[in-house]
Design a protein. Sequence first.
Length: 164
Amino acid sequence: MKSIRVKCLFWAIVLLISMIAGGVARAADSLPVQMQLIWATNEPKSPDPKHKPVEADVAKLLENTPYRWKYYYEVHRRVEDVPGDRSLEKIVMSKHCALDIKYLGNHSGLERVQVKLYGDDKLVSMHKETLPLLLAGNAQNGTAWFVLIRKAPPGAKADEAKTN
């Protein structure tokens, strides 16, 4: 009788360790991403006082692209932890913009994602790319919008501003 209890205890401990190790492996299989909705214009001031100029590193990234705008404003920021085993769907960036994102894993040291971009609830594009990823589209009056998706820096938090 004692040997049965010892065997049960042994297998219970093995099961518990396996569950803990599996949980740690799954947690390492997720990716924290930061998504920024950016509005581009040649106007030195945004008509929306909630918009703020993009951070210096984002401005530098956009300056080194073929885009022609002088000013870039952050409309909304989200930080999400994308699990490795499923997609996050319909992440709302504004009332006109949403996206689905799926973590495809780390390949040769580069984080890969699949992104489906929606405009006014219609699929606009789908991408399988490495991070950082910059998606763009035209807007009214010679302006444009961008969605910048990159690995979230440690301690990154979502913008408190409401989506537009």
